[in-house]
Ligand binder design. Structure first.
Ligand SMILES: [Zn+2]
Length: 287
């Protein structure tokens, strides 16, 4: 057996081991949590398991395994996405579904990998896939990877086996404190807190990190408002939920991502701070 090279994650490895030894492969798997690298590693491992031609899967030695590892297997499809956000469209999902009903070329199974679904898989195309997950074709494995699978439709989640990776990412406490100030400032009655917080933007790298924490806090709030557990900070999630609608959350996330892009360009940080403040207030106070 090709040992899955992931540090820690003992519970996940033992669950996977037991499925592999019984050769019980689910038809849909959601890889949740961890880092982008660990999600990719696990997705490749699962794809190898699905296509391996030896009895003890994945062997890591057969042609199917080698091609799967090199991401060059004709029965493994990586959803591409389109547009500025690389999102999976309804059409792409429909073409995946059509393709899934055709027999595999080399292996015994076909695999479809939809990576980083949190930001790339909108609800409408998810619904298109849902029907297929309800009555999956034979010999097909769908793998969806997410930083936080709570963002997926609960109907999708309930039809997949979820593997949760340990998140080993170290949180920069100071950057997180500032991110919380910003997130809480977005819904505060007065603008002062938010202005003071964005005034603290020092260097580009830290500001980029702070903004990615703001996105995490906003996503958390969005999930919390649908009844899921807050992962990053429950206190902030509760505060945000008192004021924000789903549409506002999405706009706030979008504007923060735009700011993050600008931070890495040659725009002055104080200008970005002021602009961001104005946008946050405009979005959170519009009705
Ligand atoms: Zn193999």
């Amino acid at each position: 057996m090709n040992f899955l090279d992931l540090q820690g994650n003992e519970r996940l490895k033992s669950a996977l081991n037991s499925l592999e030894s019984q050769n019980r492969m689910p038809h849909a798997i959601i890889i949740n949590g961890g880092t982008i690298q660990s999600r990719e590693k696990l997705a490749t491992h699962l794809a190898m398991w699905a296509v391996c031609s030896n009895d003890t899967k994945p062997c890591g030695q057969c042609k199917n395994c080698i091609n799967a590892k090199a991401k060059a297997h004709s029965d493994i499809y990586y959803a591409k996405g389109e547009g500025k956000t690389d999102s999976f469209s309804k059409d792409e999902i429909k073409s995946i579904i059509r393709d899934a009903s055709i027999k595999p070329n080399q292996a015994d199974r076909k695999v479809y990998i939809l990576s980083e679904c949190d930001r790339r898989f909108p609800p409408i195309p998810q619904n298109v896939l849902l029907k297929t997950l309800e009555e999956p074709p034979q010999d097909v494995l769908f793998i969806l990877t997410c930083e936080n699978s709570n963002i997926l439709l609960s109907t999708i989640r309930s039809r997949a086996t979820i593997f949760t990776l340990e998140s080993k990412v170290e949180i920069d406490e100071e950057a997180m404190r500032l991110a919380k100030e910003i997130a809480q400032g977005i819904v505060a009655p007065s603008e002062i807190g938010l202005l003071k917080a964005t005034y603290k933007f020092k260097d580009r790298e830290t500001t980029h990190l702070v903004l990615s924490y703001v996105v995490a806090l906003l996503r958390d709030g969005l999930c919390f408002s649908t009844g899921a557990k807050a992962i990053t900070d429950e206190e902030t999630a509760k505060l945000l939920c008192k004021k924000l609608t789903k549409a506002q959350y999405l706009k706030l996330i979008e504007i923060t991502l735009t700011a993050q892009t600008r931070v890495m360009q040659n725009v002055s940080l104080s200008l970005i701070g002021t602009w961001l403040c104005g946008e946050y207030r405009r979005i959170s106070w519009q009705r």
